[in-house]
Design a protein. Structure first.
Length: 242
């Protein structure tokens, strides 16, 4: 049985994150980002990073209302000498993570509403457990969205053709996205296979606040595992500074 404190904590965390995402979304409408894809990245990242995303957005990402300049110490389109490399890498990780977050939200609810589709992703002929097929679906969706997100970050900045832009996006996002998903899946596995069944004596189900609260924490784990990979990608020049 889910403890009452965990249920309340889960609901509170989700509501707070939704409010943070809504505030950032309303702000970027009035202060659009110079790199347009970041208009999506900032509010989506708040769905799992909550108040930290608001702080980071106000500190490093918020644009001036009229002039188009930032109100912080740097941004993705200003001279990067004024933005510390750890912040640049964090933006790149959040950029990757926002695609993963959207893919996981869509993938999990889609598989819940249409469970038969999971047979296409291995359930019954490759996996006995539904969760593994869901992870395959989530990863493929994240990969597609991640390439789209990277394309719109890289191609306009480098003035690349469609094919060249897609290839650059694949180089920039494949390792980063995989590292993110591994961190996220690792935490979800601990919660799904050990903590909820053996500690709480219950299961972790998609249509519950607890599932999405655990997913928030798992996303932060994904941020942690993708961060060193994004550092390497930025230093190598495969990933655009943001």
């Amino acid at each position: 049985m889910i403890p009452a404190w965990l249920h309340v904590l889960a609901i509170g965390s989700l509501v707070l994150a939704a409010c943070c995402a809504a505030w950032i979304a309303s702000d970027v409408i009035r202060r659009p980002q110079r790199m347009a894809i970041m208009d999506v990245v900032w509010p989506v990242s708040a769905l799992f990073a909550s108040l930290f995303s608001v702080w980071a957005y106000r500190r490093w990402g918020r644009q001036g209302k009229a002039s188009g300049t930032t109100q912080a110490h740097g941004d993705h389109d200003s001279p990067h000498a004024s933005t510390p490399l750890p912040v640049i890498v964090a933006k790149g990780s959040a950029h990757c993570g926002s695609a993963c977050a959207l893919a996981d939200i869509v993938g999990e609810w889609f598989s819940f509403g249409m469970p038969a589709v999971l047979s296409l992703f291995g359930l019954g002929w490759l996996f006995e457990r539904e969760i593994y097929a869901r992870w395959v679906l989530d990863y493929l969706l994240a990969f597609v969205l991640g390439i789209v997100f990277q394309y719109f970050a890289i191609a306009p900045m480098r003035h690349l053709s469609l094919v060249a832009g897609i290839w650059a996006a694949i180089k920039a996002d494949t390792l980063s996205l995989t590292a993110w998903q591994l961190g996220m899946y690792g935490f979800m596995a601990v919660a799904h296979f050990w903590f909820f069944p053996h500690v709480l004596g219950t299961s972790l189900e998609i249509p519950t606040p607890e599932f999405w609260f655990v997913m928030q924490i798992a996303m932060l784990c994904g941020f942690a595992t993708s961060y060193p990979v994004n550092w390497w990608l930025v230093r190598k020049g495969w990933k655009e500074k943001m």
